[in-house]
Ligand binder design. Sequence first.
Ligand SMILES: [Mn+2]
Length: 294
Amino acid sequence: MSQAPPANFGGLDPAPTLQEARVVMLPVPYDRTASYQKGTARGPEAIIRASGSMELYDDEIDAEPYTIGIHTAAPVSGNDDPPEVMVKKVEAATAGYLDRGKMVVVLGGEHSVAVGAMFAYRRKYPKLSIIQLDAHGDLRASYEGSEYNHACAMYPFAGTVPTLQIGIRSMSREEGILIRDKGLAVISGRDFIMRPQAALDALDRLTDDIYLTIDVDYFDPAIMPATGTPEPGGPGWYETLAFIREVCRRKRLVGFDVNELRPLGDDAAPDFLTAKLVYKVLAYRFFAGGRRPD
Ligand SMILES: [Mn+2]
């Protein structure tokens, strides 16, 4: 048995300090409001563990993205906190790192871990737009007694900032009405797969500063079975990467989160997919967009 890599994103040795890092990984091991299956609280740890066995060289873009400096922070919040407290803690932590000039990458946890991060980013970037990759609309005003339930993650932002929701293929009737009434930009899983150009055209409706929130149930369950509420008919790996790369080329990706990984334990492939997804987003943001790593 070889020695386990250090417990930070990328298994970096030595682990970059906050001072020398451009990017901060912020684990939020939280699944208190999960409605179907618990277990996403173990997501951050599984992502970090898998990332320690990942190649740090990106062959697609011929770069080593970890050289920007990736600092893994201590976890914020946990299931002892009610959702509104968790959201506040994530918002405060995110705002603190943003003030120090860092890009914060929240690792969930259920999708509600993104809400506090998006509040903090919106304050830092007043012209923020949000792109959501997800199977579900997450547009409920409240669910099971809380407005911070994972099924409500996008409600505070939809219609308030420009949004683009991609991969959506499951929603309530009320969410469907909201989408029509507010004229929200929503591209279903089917449309994204059949007409990827439609998603690229929709980018024109967004501002330049983009926040990306990725619920892994966006992906087809064939490659991402490890999530609490899987939905058939999701996009695959390469078409998703191509889209994210194009977002980074056309816009300024200011931050992102990845959430809803529910580790299976005996199948590590989804953990590796999620870790690599995080690393690919960093690769595109800092090395493939024709922009300097600022
Ligand atoms: Mn979601």
